[in-house]
Write a protein that binds this ligand. Structure first.
Ligand code: GLC
Length: 431
């Protein structure tokens, strides 16, 4: 596959030492509480069902044939209100949509160039604006994905993996900078998004992109706007891609972006879908490590969302709804030595949520908690659970093992969550 892309995806996410002041922490608050976002890759690549932008970049299809897909991009069944409802139903608190991918096709009526849904597709309409409105109507936060690179643009350096337009031509590069920064201005002025999700930064340095200036420009327009990390070090949070971090990332704020199958955009042949169970398992691991999950869907060219994806969103939604107190607004949980599974903590750290993977044999164990436990119950279900402290000897400070009984009849079909109310902030015995 795409060598460069793989290399990029494996790089540790860059963390940034931007102005980490009170403005930074207050703007990151909703993001830290949100936990779940829905990513949308929608563009002309859905017509043939081929990889977004990369298919021509890597030479699987000529650029000319790739671009022809615009004539099949009808959006005839596109119902942005329905999309937003479905996203809300999944439990997500925000959504990020590809306003323009590396192929240069813009979903909105940009004044900068004609390669967009209005002037150059069968849809003949702006498909971004109504979605931005629909998200706001549902009370969801609005995120805009924007690729810094545009492989179709005559003034962009790279065309395909075999062909570069030019190496060093400051005047031409300047034109490209004016173009992409102009589009960012348009997006910011038209939608005032809560978040910009950059991509495609790897082909140029921070200086070449004028990343510092871009950051300043967007923040001047909205001091609360959040920028992801893919702005060559000038972002606010880390964005690991596909690879679920095995250990808790160092950065305070992070978001795992993940496909439901193996493709970002709609590819009919790709039926390698994760099951709802697997998506929920990954989600629990993400929030247990203090991150967000940005789960991707790839709508078809007519604007409908594939059934498998709708099903995952709905199954995830019924689970997040039932367990919302253990998910939204929580913080990373305790170390796996204390509980062999994902966990989260309430902001005040007095409530510990244990996510029980698999089907335990009616009992789970919690080790080395120094606190007194006041109450244990099943989240979203209410049943109080019996628990017993074992192995606590009077002459030792070792706090013992708490066995919590978890009868089969209270277990969730996907993952049961057990709430443990402590007598104060969680206090762990670490010897
Ligand atoms: C990568 C790919 C791209 C995809 C994105 C999502 O950078 O280039 O196709 O949109 O990741 O995270």
């Amino acid at each position: 596959m795409k060598k460069l892309f793989l290399f990029f995806a494996l790089l540790p996410s860059v963390i940034f030492s931007q102005e980490k002041d009170s403005v930074y922490y207050s703007k990151m608050q909703w993001f830290a509480d949100a936990k779940l976002g829905i990513f949308i890759h929608w563009g002309i690549y859905a017509v043939n069902g081929i990889s977004e932008s990369w298919s021509f970049y890597n030479g699987y299809i000529s650029h000319e044939d790739y671009v022809k897909q615009k004539d099949g991009f009808t959006a005839e069944k596109y119902d942005p209100a329905l999309w937003a409802k479905l996203i809300k139903e999944s439990g997500a608190k925000y959504s990020v949509i590809t306003s323009r991918h590396h192929d240069g096709f813009a979903l909105w009526n940009t004044k900068l160039g004609n390669f967009n849904a209005v002037k150059n597709s069968a849809a003949k309409k702006d498909v971004l604006t109504p979605f931005m409105k629909a998200l706001r109507n549902e009370g969801l936060k609005v995120g805009i994905y924007y690729s810094l690179s545009d492989w179709s643009h005559p003034d962009y350096t790279n065309f395909t993996n075999k062909e570069k337009r030019y190496e060093n031509d400051p005047e031409r590069w300047k034109k490209y900078l004016t173009y992409f920064q102009g589009q960012l201005n348009e997006l910011s002025d038209s939608y005032n998004p809560d978040l910009f999700w950059f991509d495609g930064d790897w082909e140029h340095s921070a200086d070449e992109w004028e990343a510092k200036k871009v950051r300043a420009m967007l923040i001047t327009k909205n001091q609360n706007v959040i920028l992801n990390s893919r702005l060559q070090g000038y972002g606010d949070y880390a964005t690991p891609e596909q690879g679920m971090p095995v250990v808790k990332p160092e950065s305070e704020f992070w978001e795992l972006c993940l496909t439901m199958n193996d493709s970002w955009g709609y590819q009919g042949v790709d039926v390698n879908y994760k099951t709802p169970q697997q998506v929920i398992d990954i989600f629990a691991d993400v929030i247990s490590k203090g991150g967000n999950l940005l789960l991707d869907i790839g709508p078809k060219a007519d604007g409908t969302i594939p059934d498998e994806q709708v099903n995952i969103l709905k199954e995830l939604g019924s689970w997040t709804k039932k367990h919302s107190e253990a998910i939204f607004g929580t913080r990373a949980g305790i170390y796996k030595e204390h509980f062999a599974g994902p966990s989260t903590l309430s902001k005040d750290k007095k409530m510990l949520y244990l996510f029980v993977k698999g089907n335990p044999n009616e009992e789970i164990e919690l080790l080395g908690i120094k606190n007194k436990i006041n109450r244990v119950y099943v989240v979203g279900e209410g049943t109080m659970l019996n628990y017993k402290l074992m192995g606590k000897v009077y002459w030792s400070e070792y706090p013992g093992i708490t066995y919590i009984s978890l009868p089969k009849n209270v277990q969730d079909k996907y993952m049961t969550v057990v709430a443990v109310l402590l007598d104060g902030e969680v206090d762990l015995y670490r010897k």
